[in-house]
Structure formats: C-alpha cells, structure tokens
Design a protein around this ligand. Structure first.
Ligand code: PMP
Length: 420
C-alpha cells in the first residue's frame, strides 16, 4: 500500500489509545513517591520501560545469551540471529532501505560523534562549514565544534526566533558551497519545537551538503521514514523510546557508510588483520568494534514492537491532546512563562516561574510525587536565547494522563504560594 493511502486510512480510523491498558504495561508507574502516586513527566530525559522490554532482555539472558557473530555453537547462533533481527527491526522502524544502513551505537550522542569522527574527519577540510541550529542539544553541538577545531572548519549556527523556531531564511542564508554538513534536531528537547525536517534537508542538500538529523526526541513520538525525510544520517537513543539504556541506532545512507573510514578499531570490524595491514569489514560491522550491547539491541527491538503494537496515529493524537491541554492550563497560571511556543510542537512543556528558581520548583513538585526535569537540559544556547538560567520541563509520553497535568498545575500553584 502506498504511504498516502495508508495515511488516509489511519486518519479515518480515529482509533483511541487505551491509556489505562498502556499504564498497566509499565510496572514503574504504579509506585508512590513521597506517599503520592507517581506522575512521571520526565520521559524526554528517559522513558519508563514496558514489561515486554524487561521480559525480552530477561529472556535473552536466561535462554539464549552468548556472544554474537563469532561462535559456531547453538547459543551463539541464536543470539546472533536475535541481534541481527533487532537490526532489521530498527531498519523497519526508521523506514531504511536495508538493515545494512543501521549501526548499533550507545545512543544518539555516540551516533553523532561517529559521523563527526568518520564522515567528518574524512570529508571536512580547512575553510569548510558545518551548519547547526541554535536549538541543538549539546550532543549535536560539541562533536561538530571538536571536528571544526581539528579541521580548521567553521561552525555556523542558524538562529531561532522567540517562539523557539528556526528562522527559515536565516537557515537558508547560512547554506553555501562550503557547507559540508547540516546537522539539526527533529524535535528540540528543551522547547518541543518540531523542525520542518524535509524542507531543511532539501535546502541543505540543494546546497550540496549532507544532512544529519538528531531524532532523539522524535523517535518515541512519530512514525518515521528516513527515505521520505530524505536525510543522509538519522540518530536516536533506545532509552527515550521505551527501550533499555546503553544502546541506540545510527541510520546512514549505504553509499555514504561504504565510503566512511572506521570509528573505533577492534574485533568484529575487520575482514582480515596482519601487523602490516588491516582490511575493514563492510558496514555496518565496520562501525561496531568490540562486543556490542546484545541484550540492549534485543530490548530495543522489543520496545519498537511495543510502540508499533499500538495505533501510531492514536498515540500521536493522545500526546497532542495532552500537550494542548497542558499548554492551555499552564498559560492561565499567573507568573508562569512558557519557553518554547512554536506552532508545531511535541511532548514538551518548558517553563519558568517568576521569582522562583527552577530547582526549587522541581523539588516541591517531587514532594507531590511529580517527576519533572529542571536545568538547562543540555541546551545552554537555548537558555541564553531566552535569558533564563534554567527551565522546568514537563515532558509527555503515551502513558501520561490529563490528571497528571492537573496535578502539575496544582503543584505550580503551590510553589507560587510557598514563594509568595
Ligand atoms: N539530542 C537530543 C535532542 C536529546 O534530547 C538528547 C538526550 N537528552 C540527546 C541528543 C542525547 O541522547 P543520549 O544522551 O541518549 O545520547
């Protein structure tokens, strides 16, 4: 079925997410914190795990665990098959053309560093430019800064407006014949802004640049199709997408991966080794030196099965409803300023309370059983743009409910009373 037909049917399906059933899948949500039911509003930092993921990892260790790729014995073959099935599962989740385009990494951070250190070091020279945006997470800033410093290249930054949106003309203006790569986030973790990835990718590629998209905050929320987005690289972390920590994926267009030198040297990434010369394995093995996080990859595949086991449109509608509900409720509170009011947003409510430090807000909310993140969210340039040291960030997932937002709002009211 062509994707437009499928989208039309999904829109008509109008399926509703059974949030209570979803919540029963996540054992951690049932607990109390300081005597109150946990309201977990910190999934952008890391999401809770469904039983299916915990069980899949347990099964791996209990039933068929062994090192992958190098054994002839039965357990090694079983774990290798499960690990490679996980790679194919990630490829399907991202809409990649082939599982050979999927490299298992530790997470989004390592995926970006891998591209900067391999593609970047081999392709970026003195005088070249790397374009990022003002809303990037530090993990999509610092690796490029390191690369530019080493290669004598220039890091350029497309500014955002006061709603927290990349200004298209400014992005376009910074693209030129020296731009080797444009690296930008799909969804901002500090602001919730959804970037127009397809348009930004097309503009960058028209200027001759390669495109990396940081999908850390998009993978848990959207149906993804890297071929439709058109990007050359896409990274995400398992732990934000209901999977285990310590693993994630880098998608790279095969033609690019094939040209890239290795990242780290070691076992698994070679074809042959002599002391004189080593021949490298083809991708993705070339980029996976050493024993990988076998159970992690298997757990990630279980997480993707879990997400796709629901109507993706229903998840999106549910999260959009929560975001709208939360935005309206928080906007009505006096002395509260929302940071990040883009027209297209996902799953993030970032705000500051007049005269109260974000850390104090976070501590008082915790006493109410409400988990939010406070700080600069590894996006200090965003804080600088909005002239705040830190924000309170409530972030949403498929298991959240409106009543948790009501409790957040009541909690912030209480903060105002305490500090009045
Ligand atoms: N990019 C974005 C937008 C993020 O939100 C995060 C995590 N906060 C990262 C990259 C880094 O992800 P990880 O720490 O899992 O490597």
């Amino acid at each position: 079925m062509v994707s437009t037909e499928k989208a039309a049917i999904d829109r008509q399906s109008g399926a509703v997410l059974d949030v209570e059933a979803v919540r029963r899948d996540f054992p951690a949500l049932a607990q109390k914190i300081h005597g109150r039911p946990l309201a977990y509003l910190d999934s952008a930092a890391s999401a809770q795990k469904p039983e299916a993921v915990i069980a899949a990892q347990g099964r791996c260790y209990r039933e068929y665990y062994s090192n992958v790729h190098r054994g002839v014995h039965t357990l090694s073959q079983r774990s290798t098959e499960a690990y490679e099935r996980a790679r194919a599962r990630v490829a399907r989740f991202l809409g990649a053309a082939s599982e050979r385009e999927i490299v298992f990494v530790r997470g989004a951070t390592e995926g970006i560093n891998l591209v900067a250190q391999t593609w970047g070091r081999s392709q970026v020279s003195a005088g070249d430019e790397v374009l990022i945006t003002e809303m990037e997470h530090h993990s999509n800033i610092v690796p490029w800064q390191m690369l530019c410093e080493e290669r004598g290249a220039r890091l350029r930054v497309a500014p955002i407006d006061d709603q927290g949106q990349v200004i298209p003309e400014e992005f376009q203006r910074r693209l030129g014949e020296r731009t080797r790569i444009a690296a930008f986030t799909h969804v901002s973790n500090a602001l919730g802004t959804i970037n127009p990835v397809r348009e930004m990718t097309a503009a960058a590629q028209a200027a001759g640049a390669v495109v990396l998209v940081d999908g850390a905050q998009a993978a848990p929320h959207f149906q993804l199709d890297v071929q439709e987005l058109g990007c050359d690289f896409y990274v995400f972390s398992s732990h934000k997408a209901y999977g285990p920590t310590g693993v994630g994926a880098l998608y790279g267009r095969l033609a690019l991966l094939e040209k890239m030198p290795p990242y780290q040297g070691g076992g698994e990434m070679i074809r042959s080794v002599t002391f004189e010369k080593t021949e490298y394995a083809p991708p993705p093995a070339r980029f996976e030196a050493g024993t990988p996080d076998i159970a992690g990859a298997i757990g990630l595949a279980a997480a993707l099965d879990y997400i796709d086991g629901h109507d993706r449109r229903a998840i999106q509608r549910h999260e959009e409803d929560l975001l709208r509900y939360g935005t309206e409720a928080l906007s009505r509170l006096p002395g509260l300023r929302l940071i990040g009011t883009a027209a297209h947003k996902a799953a993030v409510l970032s705000f500051v309370v007049d005269g109260v430090h974000a850390h104090d807000v976070g501590t008082i909310l915790d006493l109410e059983g409400i988990a939010v993140r406070v700080g600069h969210h590894c996006a200090q340039p965003v804080m600088r743009h909005f002239r705040v040291p830190a924000t309170v960030r409530a972030s949403l997932a498929l298991y959240n409910r409106r009543d948790e937002i009501d409790r957040l709002v009541a909690g912030v009211r209480k903060v105002r009373e305490v500090f009045a």
